[in-house]
Design a binder for this molecule. Structure first.
Ligand code: COS
Length: 402
């Protein structure tokens, strides 16, 4: 069991303090027995989504008005759930995260008809969700994306390719970002909900990665979509993407935190048991220095993640800076923590299937997806430079302090 003292921090309320141990117990029974199974990823992902839905955990991904648990998305709950699932299984965390990422744009910007059609099934785990933004020419420069959605009467016609799409091949719907051309760059994008069985949508190309998840490429060949499937107004696509990512970037940090905590837990067992030169590994100062660095990085990451989540939950309009800092620091710190864990496990740390070997593969993609470390640095610097020296930040942020 990981250190849970952080739950007493003032970022949380009693509901969070109850949620974390309840999910921990559920995860031990439902997820842990399958955590090492990498044989049939699609089937296991579907199973995790179904069980997360049946047990009510996916209810945190959608608002109460449409089948969810709480009035609106609570980022601290999303982060606690991702952290807890990630400690046990990267695939289970991923199954939960994609239900959230692939439906939050609908929760935040969808018409009531779209919310009614998709959200209750996402919460129940009977509708698998996905978020399709990246393209072969690039994933970082959203304003330059090339997939087009041409208005044609009461429809749009989509053409283009999306790649690195999580849940490609198993999703029932995709939230897709495409160029509708109301303005240049970021001002000319719109977002659509597209059913996986739409004629002209090919999801057959799959991609293998070092920590396997369902991942693939979508090809749109004259896919006709009713205009009623658009989220928000024409041209709102960039804002929809950024608002969604501002929520989920903190949660990527939380998943990294879960991996890091697991790595520290495994390491504590190891250094307490392993003897070298007649002494326990834990008795060596070099080991203790490493353990101290791991613990400090974990607490610092947790502070940044839950600060960002708390700020959003308390009503800040924009947490772009806080969410970018949380993702940037927590994912980079987790990589260092896990690397130290592998080192302290010695040769056993690189044996295929060992917990720390699995974590070593799992963490790597988190420094890349939903905005690379380099993009997060640009975002943080942009926000800091935009703030005149010595002046308090915008009214939206002040609201939090009230
Ligand atoms: N929330 C609300 N508005 C935002 C925003 C946010 N988080 N970020 C930017 N905007 C607004 C800006 O204020 C600007 O508005 P105005 O034109 O009214 O001034 C507009 O959107 C364009 O912003 P900006 O000029 O910063 O856009 P850029 O094209 O320079 O770059 C980045 C924006 C790099 C931050 C964006 O492209 C990004 O996040 N890229 C990474 C995408 C990603 O995560 N990819 C992985 C795939 S998803 S798994």
């Amino acid at each position: 069991m990981s250190d849970a003292t952080f739950l007493s921090w003032p970022f949380f309320d009693d509901a969070h303090r109850a949620l974390a141990p309840a999910l921990e117990t559920w995860t031990a029974a439902e997820i842990a027995p399958h955590a090492h199974d990498e044989r049939d990823l699609d089937a296991l992902s579907r199973r995790f989504v179904r069980r997360l839905g049946e047990s009510g955990w996916l209810g945190y991904c959608v608002p109460k008005s449409h089948g969810g648990r709480l009035e609106r998305l609570d980022v601290r709950s999303l982060c606690l759930i991702r952290e807890t699932l990630a400690r046990s299984s990267g695939l289970a965390d991923f199954a939960f995260a994609m239900q959230g990422l692939g439906s939050a744009s609908i929760s935040l910007f969808g018409s009531d008809a779209l919310k009614t059609r998709y959200l209750p099934k996402v919460a129940a785990g009977t509708q698998i969700a996905a978020f399709a933004m990246s393209e072969p020419e690039g994933g970082s420069d959203v304003a330059a994306l090339r997939t087009t959605a041409r208005p044609a009467g009461d429809h749009y016609v989509l053409d283009g390719t999306k790649t690195w799409i999580s849940n490609a091949g198993i999703a029932n719907h995709y939230v897709v970002f495409a160029r509708t051309g109301e303005g240049p760059g970021a001002k000319g994008l719109s977002a659509f909900v597209i059913d996986a069985d739409a004629p002209g949508l090919d999801v057959s190309a799959r991609i293998d990665t070092i920590a396997p998840h369902p991942l693939g490429t979508l090809v749109f060949s004259s896919v006709r979509v009713p205009a009623t499937q658009r989220l928000g107004r024409p041209g709102d696509g960039f804002k929809i993407a950024m608002d969604t990512l501002d929520i989920f970037r903190s949660s990527v940090g939380a998943a990294a935190l879960g991996f890091a905590r697991r790595a520290l837990d495994e390491t504590l067992v190891r250094v307490g048991a392993r003897e070298v030169f007649g002494r326990k590994l834990a008795e060596f100062q070099l080991t203790q220095a490493r353990i101290a660095d791991m613990a400090v990085e974990i607490d610092a990451a947790a502070l940044l993640v839950y600060r960002a989540a708390w700020a959003k939950d308390r009503g800040a309009e924009r947490v772009t800076r806080e969410a970018a800092m949380a993702k940037l620091y927590a994912t980079e710190a987790a990589q260092r923590v896990i690397d130290a864990a592998v080192q302290l496990h010695g040769a056993e740390g690189v044996v295929a299937g060992a917990p720390v070997e699995r974590l070593y593969r799992e963490i790597r993609a988190l420094r890349i997806y939903e905005g690379t470390t380099e993009i997060q640095k640009l975002v943080v610097a942009g926000q800091v430079l935009a703030q005149p020296a010595g002046r308090p930040r915008k009214a939206a942020q002040r609201k939090v302090a009230e």
